[in-house]
Design a protein around this ligand. Structure first.
Ligand SMILES: NC(=O)c1ccc[n+]([C@@H]2O[C@H](COP(=O)([O-])OP(=O)(O)OC[C@H]3O[C@@H](n4cnc5c(N)ncnc54)[C@H](O)[C@@H]3O)[C@@H](O)[C@H]2O)c1
Length: 269
């Protein structure tokens, strides 16, 4: 029997990349999936936006694991839409046990003081306020079940380290750890654990579209350093999903308030 048999897991940013991989990995362990994604290109990132076709592929892969999935186009900046999806998921499946807040965008600007106000705001709204909104919509449903649960927040190696030319991203990902630690205190009495993962460089669309090239041009000193201590290069999305499944399952029953690097050693620098 899977480690998440009979449980319902919500994954934000589930149309592609790590989110799709998490949804499939959780389904393989027996979870029913609620998949959330904006399915649009946002204003600031150079990388492409996800699409309805991407989400259809996530649905196909979860159903291939013989699990049910409710997939919805929702922007995590829209609290009312998230709450309405939480209600819909309860009507459909009767419970929510796990929340994986994974959605994200990576926007860059050469220096902090040259960042456009709208660009700063979009990253903070999506990465930090969107993470708070997702937890605000879904944690009450986990509490309602009375069975405890697990919240996994995706921060980044940049949640504990500086990354020049990514000020809004770095600041927001630091903020996600503050959210996680506060939730660990507040939700702990309901036996709901809150932890964060800190991915290193993961092989997804987020790294494409010229973001790495432009950042390297602006900050050659930072980007010329290979911080991976392992020989494998970029981390495949599944490498992060294995840590997410661990934190979602009872294997981590006594772990809460933790920030787990899955970064091939990047944050040792
Ligand atoms: N790729 C990396 O190297 C890396 C490193 C550290 C952390 N991360 C983090 O990992 C997470 C997953 O990113 P990924 O690498 O899979 O990139 P990705 O771009 O492939 O996936 C991100 C997903 O989030 C969705 N999304 C963006 N804004 C949204 C919004 N407002 N509402 C709902 N969905 C939204 C996107 O549509 C996309 O499907 C992000 O939080 C990212 O910041 C990535």
């Amino acid at each position: 029997m899977g480690r998440l048999a009979g449980k319902v897991a919500v994954v934000t940013g589930a149309a592609r990349g790590q989110g799709r991989s998490h949804a499939v990995a959780l389904a393989k362990e027996g979870a029913t999936i609620v998949a959330v994604d904006v399915l649009e290109k946002l204003r600031t990132p150079l990388h492409a936006g996800s699409t309805a076709e991407d989400m259809a592929e996530t649905v196909r892969l979860v159903e291939k694991e013989d699990q049910r999935i409710l997939a919805r186009k929702v922007d995590v900046r829209d609290l009312a839409a998230l709450k309405s999806l939480a209600d819909e998921a309860m009507t459909e499946f009767g419970r929510i046990d796990v929340l994986v807040v994974n959605h994200g965008i990576w926007a860059i600007s050469e220096n902090s003081w040259e960042t456009e106000e709208e660009d700063w705001q979009e990253s903070v709204d999506v990465l930090l306020t969107g993470a708070w909104k997702a937890t605000t919509a879904f944690i009450p449903k986990i509490i309602e079940g009375g069975r405890g649960g697990s919240v996994v927040l995706t921060s980044s190696a940049m949640g504990i380290k500086a990354q020049p030319s990514s000020v809004a991203y770095t600041a927001a990902k630091h903020g996600v750890l503050g959210l996680m630690k506060t939730l660990a205190w507040e939700a702990g009495s309901h036996n709901i654990r809150a932890n964060a993962i800190l991915p290193g460089m993961v092989d997804t669309e987020m790294l494409r579209g010229g973001t790495i090239e432009k950042s390297s041009e602006w900050q050659p000193r930072f980007f010329s350093l290979d911080r991976s201590l392992l020989p494998d290069g970029l981390i495949p999305p599944d490498g992060i999903s294995r840590a997410v499944v661990f934190l979602a399952s009872d294997d981590s029953a006594f772990i809460t308030g933790a920030a787990l690097p899955v970064d091939a050693g990047w944050t040792t620098f």
